[in-house]
Write a protein that binds this ligand. Structure first.
Ligand SMILES: [Zn+2]
Length: 235
């Protein structure tokens, strides 16, 4: 199983790895990686793989059959090659900021409105949160976002750790989200905004809330009580 280094070190930008498989010349699996694959509604990392003086741009990263596959822009890499991988950190940092911002929004919506987040999408220039809400009121949502920004100003640290699945399943804060984990998962990665919100999560986050900046509503779409959509941008 190739090691996904980003799970335990979200600030790692550069790493050494070995090519373990190449498909169609351009889809590369490494023995370890810091590249986050597109998953959980979060966009993938980009960056480069370097072999000697040759640079291969990583244009897409996905997870297939449990393995992180790096799509590069040209052929030439072979099984056994040693490469240096480097993230496009500007892109990654934006994704981390948006991802943590979405956790703050879902935390506030859950605490204050009892609202369930039904979906979302995170890219480098916006975050989308889908939710169910009986009574839709734009002023109410604006009030909640203001509260999100107050929480961000408190600059809580964000921590990552693992919990036993059994423990997660009896934790009322985590239970509703723990459903749907594949049966073979024994330990669950938790992203904990200390003192505010915990979620089972496989993604990358900033290490304290002020790194997010300020959340702004860019669009609010009302498609009926089971389909509200909030788009946010960060200042
Ligand atoms: Zn998340």
């Amino acid at each position: 199983m190739p090691e996904e280094l980003y799970l335990n070190n979200m600030n790692l930008k550069k790493f050494e790895a070995k090519v373990v498989s190449v498909t169609d010349g351009k889809f590369i699996i490494l023995n370890q990686t810091v590249f986050y694959p597109k998953s959980g509604g979060v966009a993938n990392d980009e960056g480069v793989l370097k072999k000697d003086s040759e640079i291969y741009n990583v244009v897409y990263v996905g997870k297939f059959g449990g393995k992180v596959s790096h799509e590069v822009d040209k052929t030439g890499l072979c099984v056994g090659d040693k490469v240096i991988g480097e993230l496009d950190w500007i892109r990654r940092f934006k994704l981390m900021r948006y991802h943590t911002a979405v956790h703050v929004v879902s935390g506030i919506f859950y605490k204050n409105l009892g609202v369930k987040i039904t979906g979302g999408d995170i890219s480098i220039d916006q975050g989308r949160v889908d939710f169910n809400l009986e009574h839709f009121d734009r002023n109410e949502i604006e009030k909640q976002i203001k509260e999100c920004n107050d929480i961000i100003q408190k600059d809580y640290p964000v921590e990552v750790y693992y919990m036993d699945r059994a423990e997660v399943e009896i934790d009322p804060d985590l239970t509703k989200l723990a459903k749907g984990f594949p049966k073979n998962i024994k330990t669950v990665r938790i992203v904990d905004i200390k003192g505010f919100d915990r979620q089972p999560d496989g993604g990358c986050h900033v290490s304290s809330l002020k790194e997010i900046g300020k959340i702004q509503i860019s669009k609010l779409i009302n498609k009926g009580k089971n389909n509200r959509r909030l788009y946010i941008t960060l200042e």
